[in-house]
Design a protein around this ligand. Structure first.
Ligand code: MSP
Length: 523
């Protein structure tokens, strides 16, 4: 049986529409999922929406519709957005799904029975943006939530509490003894710091303050607080209560892919809940950085929120490959990145159109010109050449980078190979070689080397740019679906002899972005 790989994304609040920040995370998870499928793993990718809580209740109220109607509409928008950018998920979970509601109530009852949940009255500072109580220590110098730049509201309520403090030492121990548990590793220190002062946490809210949520079992006045509801989506999603076989197959989760702003909830609260439920812990929580727009935080009030669909429309893109590529290379994975029209155009034109696309195009054109589009028997080279070795080494490096979630760095390895191949073409000058009969044989070998390298690059970049990679693969004379190619089978020398290119088959795999069209249409 194939080894499994279970990866989740954060589930998005549906009080707004999907933007490229949300997309960033879904793309990262999708890339890892696709890569590990290429490695023969049995993959499950879970994404979805977080639909309860005061924020969503208020948004629905403002729209004059019920929260459920609002969530039904908005979750469809999220699904459409993910389809447009090729997020190939296995389940889209909604926290309003029946099986999820059942699971959350079951968990609540179990913890109550165990004595890990108790009722107590409470005065706290609530931030609607975080949907969380903050302590005075969490606030900035103006008394505001640092993430949402708003003063939290003082709330006095009778709530149910989870005995997080009981698990504090075990959580600290787990983090200290599992270096891959929180990635990038440098983020673990900040969590260990926060754990020092951790207290029991509220897991319910009074219906006097918020009505839109999952009812606390046997208590008509309380609803379950959103983070307990939201976090447990990760176990509902693979059938914790309803499909034991599925659950045993995929749990524990390999990677929770989340933003840096919600690491505390994942690496402290979630772990506490799981420990209390005696459920195995996830293997890795990866906290990615944030995408800014023109170096500014995206926000509705600034009017600088960009959706993936609007970008595709503005640049008249057929698919989202260039957006996927740009977002994943704008900063080392884990750090904050930035989007600007200028950087986007410059980067994808340079890397996808020039480096990758032109290389393929001009090599195939030479193959057509000098060999009538045919790979001759005498063109075949073995894996002893420097370029073949580099291609095979790149495949190994890419795997190693993906193993530690270094998506940007994995992509860079392939681009280095492409750069090197461009240089190889310029150095060997196949157009000069083609001038003599003796040189023509050498020219055939050079073109073969380049095209073989392009095959490696296409397959290795497939998780990032699936559509462009498929085109590369087809233009190299393969009819197969690139998705089905396994990395274990990636070896030098697979390119077939015979005619692979004709005037009709040679097309640019990526068209340069036109600079003028974009500007105004985007918002
Ligand atoms: N609903 C919670 C998550 C619950 S997970 C059990 C939430 N939702 S959110 O809609 O605010 O954010 C969803 C994800 O998108 C988070 O991981 C968040 O970090 C990420 N991002 C939101 N804005 C982002 C950027 N500008 N850039 C990158 N990621 C961003 O938090």
């Amino acid at each position: 049986m194939a080894e499994t790989f279970y990866i989740t994304t954060a589930i998005d609040y549906v009080n707004g529409l999907p933007h490229i920040g949300h997309a960033y995370e879904k793309i990262a998870a999708d890339i890892l999922a696709r890569h590990f499928k290429q490695r023969g793993k049995d993959v499950f990718l879970l994404t979805g929406s977080d639909e309860h809580g005061i924020k969503i209740q208020k948004t629905a109220q403002e729209r004059g519709i019920s929260p459920k109607e609002h969530c039904d509409e908005t979750s469809v928008e999220f699904k459409k957005a993910w389809a447009k950018i090729d997020i190939d998920y296995d389940r889209y979970i909604r926290t309003t799904d029946e099986d999820h509601i059942k699971l959350v109530q079951w968990m609540f009852k179990e913890l109550l029975k165990k004595g890990d949940i108790y009722k107590s009255s409470y005065t706290g500072l609530y931030c609607d943006g975080c949907e969380a109580f903050l302590s005075a220590r969490d606030l900035d110098e103006n008394g505001c939530c640092p993430t949402h730049q708003k003063k939290p509201q003082e709330i006095q309520e009778e709530n149910y509490f989870f005995k997080l403090s009981k698990y504090k030492d075990r959580i600290i121990e787990h983090i200290k003894t599992h270096p891959n548990f929180i990635l990038p590793e440098y983020r673990a220190a900040e969590i260990l710091n926060q754990l020092e002062n951790i207290e029991d946490i509220s897991v319910s809210r009074s219906k006097k303050s918020v009505t839109w949520g999952i009812d606390v079992p046997n208590d008509e006045e309380q609803i379950i607080y959103v983070w307990m509801d939201a976090l447990s989506n990760y176990i509902t999603g693979v059938g914790c209560l309803e499909d034991k076989e599925l659950f045993n197959r995929y749990w524990p989760c390999d990677i929770h892919m989340i933003g840096k702003d919600i690491l505390k909830f994942h690496s402290i609260y979630w772990i506490g809940f799981l420990m209390a439920m005696e459920i195995e812990l996830p293997k890795t929580i990866f906290a990615h950085g944030w995408i800014t727009i023109d170096e500014t935080k995206m926000s509705k009030s600034l009017g600088n929120v960009i959706s993936p669909a609007s970008l595709m429309e503005a640049f008249e893109l057929q698919d989202a490959d260039s957006i996927r590529y740009f977002l994943m290379t704008t900063a080392p994975f884990g750090k904050d990145g930035n989007y600007s029209d200028e950087e986007f155009k410059a980067k994808v034109n340079a890397d996808l159109a020039n480096n990758l696309g032109n290389l393929l195009n001009r090599t195939l054109s030479m193959l057509l010109k000098y060999f009538d589009g045919e790979i001759k028997d005498f063109a075949i080279t073995d894996c002893s050449s420097e370029i073949a070795k580099l291609a095979e080494q790149t495949a190994q490096d890419v795997k190693a980078k993906f193993d530690s979630c270094q998506i940007t760095e994995a992509i860079e390895k392939v681009l280095l190979l492409v750069d090197h191949t461009n240089k190889y073409v310029n150095d060997t000058a196949p157009w000069s070689l083609a001038k003599t009969e003796e040189g023509l044989k050498e020219c055939a070998k050079v073109l073969y080397n380049v095209l073989e390298t392009m095959r490696f690059a296409g397959i290795l970049l497939y998780p990032v740019i699936p559509n462009i990679s498929q085109k590369i693969y087809n233009q190299l004379g393969f009819e197969d679906i690139i998705k089905n190619i396994k990395l274990e089978e990636l070896e030098w020398g697979e390119l077939k002899t015979g005619k692979i290119a004709s005037k009709e088959t040679i097309n640019p795999v990526f068209l340069r972005l036109d600079s003028e069209i974009a500007q105004d249409k985007k918002k």
